[in-house]
Design a protein around this ligand. Structure first.
Ligand code: DC
Length: 227
């Protein structure tokens, strides 16, 4: 078999990032968190003081800086001009403004090209995001779409934030997730939706271990079977 590409798409807090990390570990695959790419450009644009509605200026940010994405021990590290910004791209301001980048056709196009380049030289890649199975890798070997009901996703996000000292109410988190869902699903380019040939996995009542085992079963059945 040539390069193996597995895509995992789904809404915020559906468990796709953790599942993708663990699956990559089990399959000795490279891992690409494409949300981190959108976040990195957002952070760079905020720092450059660029008008977030000006697509050409945003493209300039992407062109004039060097972005590096690398998988390191269960984590994707992100550098801008050689400086590690892995933690900074998770700041609430970046989360709130990433939709400017996500809804720009030109920027999406460029980031999709970078995603394909990332996978090109690798034997096995697990890539997660919103449009990986639909736009970036329409010929992926296997495509997953992870969902979970909105309340459960809010509860998961709250637990994650609390583990880092956050105190946001469940209602506030729920509203932020609903807003992101709407924005992800309604944009005209690369909207969040399952590819027609994606395997949809509802993770609402599954532990992360169960999710990974389930995905692994599909991968073994579909891609790793000896003929
Ligand atoms: O998954 P995340 O929260 O790190 O994603 C950050 C932002 O990037 C979010 O607004 C959705 C967007 N995104 C996207 O539009 N397409 C992707 N393939 C990945 C993320």
């Amino acid at each position: 078999m040539g390069n193996l590409i597995i895509t995992i798409d789904g809404p915020a807090a559906s468990g796709k990032s953790t599942a993708a990390h663990l699956l990559a570990e089990r399959l000795s695959a490279s891992f690409l968190d494409t949300g981190a790419m959108y976040r990195a450009v957002t952070l760079a644009a905020i720092r450059a003081g660029v008008n977030m509605n000006n697509e050409e200026k945003l493209l300039g940010v992407l062109d004039n800086l060097e972005f590096q994405f690398a998988t390191q021990k269960r984590k994707m590290t992100v550098c801008i001009n050689g400086v590690d910004v892995t933690e900074q791209i998770r700041q609430p301001e970046v989360t709130a403004k990433a939709w400017y980048i996500a809804s720009s056709p030109k920027l999406r196009n460029r980031l999709v090209q970078m995603q394909r380049q990332f996978a090109a030289g690798k034997k096995r890649t697990i890539t997660e995001g919103r449009d990986q199975g639909t736009v970036a890798f329409p010929d992926a070997n296997i495509k997953f779409y992870l969902t979970a009901d909105a309340n459960e996703r809010a509860r998961r996000r709250q637990a994650e934030l609390r583990s880092k000292g956050g105190t946001e109410s469940l209602e506030k988190i729920q509203k932020a997730i609903d807003d992101r869902d709407k924005s992800d699903e309604s944009r005209s380019v690369g909207p969040l939706r399952p590819a027609s040939d994606a395997i949809v996995v509802d993770t609402t009542n599954l532990s992360i271990k169960e999710v990974v085992e389930k995905l692994l079963c599909y991968v073994k059945e579909k891609c790793l079977k000896k003929s």
